[in-house]
Design a protein around this ligand. Sequence first.
Ligand code: NAP
Length: 287
Amino acid sequence: MPAVIMDGKALGLKIRENLRLKCAQLDVVPSLAVILAGEDPASLSYVTAKEKALDEAGMKSHDIRLPENVNEDVLLSTINDINNNEKIHGILVQLPLPKHINEERVISAIDPKKDVDCFHPVSAGKMFLGSGGFLPCTPHGVLCLLREYNIPVSGSHVVIVGRSNIVGKPLANLLIRREFNATITVCHTGTHDITGFTKQADILIAAAGMPALIKKDMIKENAVVIDVGVNRVSDNSAKKGYRLCGDVDPDVAGKASFLTPVPGGVGPMTIAMLLQNVLEAAMLSKE
Ligand code: NAP
């Protein structure tokens, strides 16, 4: 039987509609500053999608567009101004930043109370310790999808391919919490014989940024496969000259029990979780 396709688009919309209803009852408009430095087309399309979703949920986005050659001090002082602006509850700095900017310094300048992406060392530390704060959007989106489809996580072996600070590491950290109770293996480019690990996975999460890295013969029968990857591959038959594809070969659908599509799987869940964090930040600002 072909895999059940996990519809992140539908679930994301359902969550966003709930957030819209909650938002309508607040006496404050949750607001997010969205900072984009440069004109990377992929970043621009992510930022546009996030701003549209905020607007539809009754939240406000403050567009801050800076040139590619922006001075780091200008960026830092922009963040400082927003930190001190009570009307803005969250700050999102779209990554990657231009090469001459020190990403770590910029992220560390964000007030952790407004760090809705959960990239600040204080946010990451709190998440690591399980001591409150925001949850990172993409990992949280993956957890919501697993819950929605009643995938048993407790006691399962989850194999994650990728160890980035925004996906692989936080996912591993969240999934070993007692409430999820999974056993985790994290693979990366230093892993010998990746297939030896991926084949053991009850739940396989691909977050490598490599088109179709995970093939059918790399998974076990009936595995749950979550594809976080979003890759642009050139395609002359497509209007834009490229198409999006994940890190998982679509053939995997013939062997997996559940599979997330790309697009329409984890991506829309990331946006829904961002909106949830912005709402939470707005509520926190009133305490
Ligand atoms: P990243 O920072 O580039 O990290 C990629 C990770 O994958 C690294 O740990 C790397 O290993 C590992 N890796 C790369 N190629 C590999 C291979 N052939 N075998 C084993 N491991 C390999 O990427 P990221 O930011 O985590 O993003 C990963 C993918 O998810 C990208 O396609 C990105 O666009 C997508 N993404 C999607 C969403 C969403 O909302 N859907 C959100 C964030 C990211 P090393 O550490 O050894 O280099």
